[in-house]
Design a protein around this ligand. Structure first.
Ligand SMILES: O=C(O)CCC(=O)C(=O)O
Ligand SMILES: [Fe+2]
Length: 192
């Protein structure tokens, strides 16, 4: 199993690079050189999530509301459903229906900080299910733990006011795991 997970992760890198190159265009990042690659995708992790049938789905949730600390998350979900994302404009929870053969791509907090808030990490949660087990496999694409993340020089070059300070990525992650999932509050840790 370990080998399959590792192979899956490594094979995803081509797609991840393409996505980052595309997203980088909006940030005046001309190319994904070694420095940028280490900043956006220097540390990649794959998780295997199993949500067993829940006898009282109304009393709990599968995963509480949070945003990922990653730069990007590439999520593979099975056909059961239950993932919801929160609309930035309305605040409403929107179900993300499983589409066979597709990935859900989520923006994470590191991307929000690096882009000086141009890209917003998505708040999401998973509801408990009373009749089906569910499996999901997220690939978390992260900065290297020792990376210092803050608004990219390319983004603030034209006089844009930075709204985040530089933080060591591992400090940010430690802060995230220190507390219970509570929506998008973690990102305030990096606010100026
Ligand atoms: O199971 C899912 O669809 C999402 C899981 C999740 O949000 C996470 O592992 O961070
Ligand atoms: Fe998540």
């Amino acid at each position: 199993m370990g080998n399959e997970a590792l192979e899956y992760m490594n094979k995803s890198k081509t797609m991840v690079r393409k996505l980052l190159e595309y997203l980088g265009k909006n940030l005046n990042v001309k190319e994904l050189d070694e420095t940028k690659e280490s900043l956006f995708m220097g540390s990649i992790r794959v998780n295997l999530n199993y949500y067993p049938i829940c006898p009282n789905p109304d009393l709990t949730v599968g995963v509480g509301r949070h945003s990922d600390v990653s730069s990007l998350t590439i999520l593979l979900q099975d056909q059961i459903g239950g993932l919801h994302v929160r609309s930035l404009s309305s605040g409403n929870w929107v179900h993300v229906p499983p589409v066979p053969g597709s990935f859900v791509i989520n923006i994470g907090d590191a991307m929000q900080i690096l882009s000086n808030g141009r890209y917003k990490s998505v708040e999401h949660r998973v509801l408990a299910n009373g009749s089906n087990n569910r499996i999901s496999v997220p690939i978390f694409v992260n900065p290297k733990p020792e990376s210092v993340i803050g608004p990219l020089p390319e983004v603030v070059a034209n006089g844009e006011e930075p709204i985040y300070k530089d933080v060591v990525y591992s400090d940010y992650v430690r802060y995230f795991f220190k507390k219970a999932h509570d929506g998008k509050k973690t990102v305030d840790f990096a606010k100026i």
